[in-house]
Ligand binder design. Sequence first.
Ligand SMILES: [Mn+2]
Length: 350
Amino acid sequence: MRIENLRKAFSSDLDHFIVTNPKNLFYLTGFQGSGVLMITPDSAVTLYVYSIEFEHAKSKARGCEIELLENKMKIEEKVMNDLKVRGAKRVGIDDLPISQYLLFKRRSRGMEILLKVDLIWKLRKRKDSVELKNMKKAAEIATHGFEAALEAIRPGATEKEVAAEIEYRMRRHGSEGLAFDSIVASGFNSILPHVGPTERKIRDDDFVIVDIGSIYEGYCTDITRTYVAGNPSVRQRRMYDAVLRAHDRAIECIQEGVMAKVVDHRARQILSRRGYGEFFVHSLGHGVGLEVHEPPRLSPNSSEELQSGYVVTVEPGVYIPGYGGVRIEDTVAVVRGGSERLSEAPYGLS
Ligand SMILES: [Mn+2]
């Protein structure tokens, strides 16, 4: 079905398509590993793999024939030869390292090789019900991670110790790994949106930003909560409330047909009104799926319109140099009539 959708998408412009990116291979066939998938204008679809991946491909790959390559043969050579024999002229290719692109290009012998990264992204951006179910499960696993975080965050514990407890708990609840390196950033570290965990010991009045992601059936989640190790001060509460309000209002304006930049603007507007505008230093969010950072971006200069099935993060943050930072993030699906938060981790500073 997905392969058929891709064929429909490319056939007005291209005669063949080759797929190299492991996430795209997984999306289209169910097999994630190294190999090359060739999609033809008729019904033939071939997955080329070496013997190291052969059994794996045989058990997982659907909707394609599997062609075993001899180890001495270069995969790019074989694919380009077969394309030539088939009379290919305009061949699309997905996202790949430039070194591999050149290996294909050098063997193109008159065929045009055209980078068509957007074609598969257009399909991957819209998650189907199975993908949404997996992403919900990933979010549920991360919720267990936040329970572990709340138990582990106390004055004297290091950021690394807290991260270890979170990661262990997520594994115990079925996470296949980490969607990205966990962030546990306390005190002054919390003003750096992407740093930590370090050996720093958490102190009584620290903000602690916990930004974590689990993986289920290949699908990632990305969620952030901010806590205070002791009793939050009035200033900390004021900051937290502003970020939570920006987060809630932004989620409320997510629906099919809304421009991504409008959602970003909503959050920015609320933080500005409360005097925090200059401290919101990144964009509001990004798509999530098989990868933790996917299109579309929710940012001031995005030209994308939200569609049902898109899954995005909403993550406003305020980072005050010399003081501390707060970020609250959820993974949200665009659904008919509005949006749905996939994550259920509770809010609150402690
Ligand atoms: Mn994120």
